[in-house]
Design a protein around this ligand. Structure first.
Ligand SMILES: [Zn+2]
Length: 393
């Protein structure tokens, strides 16, 4: 690994990032090896931490508190998982950090191991300085498959002896402070009808037709929601999207099964529960209709992923504090992508998103982060360490 330029003693973010990238912490795999690595760094700095495992015991979140736990502190939140690389054409091995022209290439460099490395590099600095205010590290798993790992971790953070005053989710925003994003609900609907000969459709229950009717009803709901209501977002409305619909095998058979996947993205400040209730009504109506044709028919619904929107006021103290830490003069922004921030905000913790790198490089071949971007994240950590050492005026 090439080291960051600077003093011998300056925390070595790139070396840690190289180590982190080498763990193939793709969401479908166990993350316990990267958790062990992070745990070793924390132990070396004398920082206590606890693991919050999943039910299967093959993945865990990490929660560490550095400094006085009885005071309100600042949470640094990140996920340890990355998206797969299959089918992507990488110029260098995705799970080996490669430095070219001031950029460090590797899966997760921007999303979001660059931020994790910046945080970990400063753990010894936090340990030496956080006397007035604690710094909490909250590292999750399964973020990339719909924030599945975060709820237990968020609950543990919310249950700390003193509620944190700010949570910074370090997703890549080019170090700008983001205060809002949409919420999301994604579901899979399986329609189970009754098969039969196509000449006798009255004795069958056509699952493809029922699924198509659901798709039409969802599209109609989407059209109804299409009212400009928050110009800070593109699109400035809540949206409904049917992403797949599969069913049927042959023209001369009535299909007995169809599967449809859809998502809804809700604007902050809108009543997401109301949208979800209307979706539930569509699905109940579809179930009733197909059962009129065949009593054994059903419409089964699974949640693929769900997270709430983020809606921290742009002029709040939390946004102001985060902009100071990030030394960001740029106006706070909204995000087109979702994060775990909505979960922290829902738990009553003022939350923003701010981290190094660019989301447009995430999930793609040749994902990279600039050494200058990592250095900027390091400066943010140093400012946080300085702030944690002093009682605010
Ligand atoms: Zn991410």
């Amino acid at each position: 690994m090439t080291r960051l330029e600077g003093k011998e003693t300056s925390p070595d973010i790139t070396a840690i990032l190289g180590d982190l990238i080498a763990f193939e912490s793709v969401s479908h795999r166990s993350n316990l090896d990267i958790v062990d690595y992070i745990g070793a760094l924390l132990r070396k700095a004398g920082v206590p931490y606890r693991l919050i495992p999943n039910a299967a015991g093959d993945k865990a979140s990490i929660l560490a508190t550095i400094g006085p736990v009885e005071r309100p502190g600042i949470v640094l939140s990140a996920h340890t998982d990355v998206v797969p690389v299959e089918g992507q054409d990488w110029s260098s091995p995705p799970f080996a950090a490669t430095l070219r022209d001031g950029r460090l290439y590797g899966r997760g460099s921007s999303d979001m191991k660059g931020f994790v490395a910046s945080v970990l590099a400063y753990v010894p600095v936090f340990a030496a300085s956080a006397r007035a205010m604690p710094v909490h590290l909250a590292l999750s798993y399964d973020e990339e498959i719909g924030c599945a790992g975060a709820p237990d971790l968020v609950a543990a953070v919310a249950a700390l002896p003193m509620r944190p005053s700010l949570c910074i989710v370090g997703e890549p925003t080019g170090m700008r402070v983001a205060y809002a994003h949409k919420g999301k609900l994604a579901r899979r609907v399986t329609v189970l009808g009754r098969g039969g000969h196509s000449a006798l459709p009255h004795r069958a229950a056509n699952a493809v037709e029922a699924a198509a009717a659901i798709a039409c009803d969802l599209a109609a709901l989407g059209a109804e929601l299409r009212v400009v209501s928050n110009e800070a977002f593109d699109p400035p409305w809540s949206s409904v999207h049917v992403g797949s619909l599969h069913g049927g095998g042959a023209l001369n058979l009535v299909p007995d099964r169809a599967v449809l996947e859809f998502e809804v993205r809700t604007l902050p400040g809108t009543d997401a529960a109301d949208v979800i209730a209307r979706i539930d009504a569509i699905l109940q109506r579809a179930r009733r209709r197909i059962r009129e044709q065949a009593a054994e028919a059903d419409v089964r619904v699974e949640e693929i992923s769900a997270y709430p929107s983020l809606d921290t006021p742009a002029d709040s103290a939390a946004v102001g504090a985060a902009r100071e830490l990030a030394a960001s003069d740029a106006p706070p922004l909204t995000l087109a992508f979702g994060t775990e921030a909505g979960l922290y905000a829902e738990a009553g913790i003022p939350t923003v998103v701010c981290g190094p790198g660019d989301i447009s490089r995430a999930h793609k071949a040749d994902e990279w982060i600039g050494l200058d971007e990592l250095a900027a994240a390091g400066r943010m950590m140093q400012r946080l360490a300085d702030r944690a050492s002093q009682v605010p005026q």
